[in-house]
Design a protein around this ligand. Structure first.
Ligand code: KG4
Ligand code: ZN
Length: 336
């Protein structure tokens, strides 16, 4: 089945054409980073307006790059939540209108489920049950993905997401937006033991996370030692990354051991982080587990993952009604 998929939950407008939930014929992402950079974060009103401008051209380009016409599309999928409501509505309504006009089945996809399905876009796909860590700007969630591919929430952050911690620290240090990539680059020349930082909830014995205290610890360090520059900045970036990676890695593998699964998935924007990728690769090898981590372009928000999840949804339960609405929060998200 050939799916046209759309993702517009935050500040990226994306469209993709995906065959059989695994083969990406095209994936176009129009980033709004430059629009929001001067505000140090995503401005919801600006985001939805920009989505409106970009959705048509981005879908056209995705079809063109896939060398596909609308006549060859078998179904349409779009993210319906969680995310910024104004942003979600643009992609969702575009997709529903298209499905209605062409008489095509429609799949309303949960954004987080989409991130988990990005793991199926590589050469090899994980076979459930597995444990998946979704680590992004909005989420730090651990799931057990059941045999029917339904994700069951094991635990999540009690406050900030890991990506949010990277972004807020970057903002505090005047490093620009989004901060995760900048801190990743700086950390490559830094000493991960250079600055002593806490590992929040490392020994909590459950699947919960907390990252807001880490941000405060960095703030206290800066207040005591002054704004870091040069090597000191590299060390702080590396130390922050190490603190986040230590906790993510320990909790992921503890959950996998406890759930008695041999496969783990790491996905979401923060899965693009070089230190996290290296550490989970090493740790999986050491424990004899199989790791699935999407290519970097499929870690951050993209429509290809929505196509992959949309295919599974259609296979599992058939089309979503066109009356389906967008939802902002996780209340109607993946059930705990
Ligand atoms: O999945 P995503 O694109 O959007 C959400 O669903 O939130 O994730 C964006 C997050 C941002 O917080 C960004 O700073 C972070 O992913 N991120 C990174 C890296 N690339 C993106 N964090 C650390 N290292 C990276 N290389
Ligand atoms: Zn995301």
């Amino acid at each position: 089945m050939r799916i046209l998929a759309i993702e517009s939950s935050c500040d990226d407008t994306s469209a993709a054409v995906v065959d059989d939930g695994r083969v990406v014929l095209s994936c176009v992402v129009s980033s709004q980073d430059a629009f929001h950079a001067k505000y140090g974060g995503v401005v919801p009103e600006l985001a939805s307006r920009r989505h409106l401008e970009m959705i048509g051209p981005v879908v056209d380009e995705a079809l063109q790059r896939a060398d596909t016409s609308l006549n060859e599309i078998d179904a349409v999928a779009a993210t319906n939540g969680p995310g910024l409501i104004g942003s979600l509505l643009v992609g969702l309504n575009f997709a529903k209108s298209l499905a209605f006009a062409r008489g095509l089945p429609f799949a309303a996809v949960n954004h987080i489920e989409g991130h988990l399905f990005a793991a199926r876009l590589g050469d090899k796909a994980p076979a459930p049950p597995f444990v998946g860590l979704v680590v992004s700007g909005g989420h730090t969630d651990l799931y057990r993905v059941e045999v029917d591919y339904r994700p069951r929430l094991l635990g999540r952050t009690r406050d900030d997401a890991a990506g949010e911690c990277f972004d807020k620290v970057a903002k505090m240090l005047g490093l620009g937006f989004p901060g995760g990539v900048v801190i990743d680059k700086l950390s490559r020349d830094g000493d991960p033991n250079g600055v002593e930082l806490p590992r929040p909830m490392l020994h909590s014995g459950d699947d919960a996370f907390s990252f807001s205290g880490l941000k405060t610890a960095v703030k206290t360090h800066v207040e005591t030692h002054g704004e870091p520059e040069g090597k000191a900045l590299n060390d702080l970036a590396a130390s922050l990354s190490a603190a986040i990676v230590d906790v993510l890695c320990a909790k992921l593998f503890a959950a996998a051991e406890r759930e008695r699964v041999s496969q783990v998935v790491v996905c979401g924007g923060v899965a693009a982080n070089s230190m996290l990728r290296a550490r989970v690769t090493q740790e999986a090898e050491r424990r004899g587990m199989e790791l699935f981590i999407p290519a970097i372009t499929f870690c951050t928000d993209n429509a290809a993952m929505i196509g992959a999840a949309g295919q599974a949804l259609l296979d599992r339960q058939g089309p979503s009604p066109l009356s389906v609405n967008a939802f902002a929060s996780l209340v109607k998200g993946i059930a705990p």
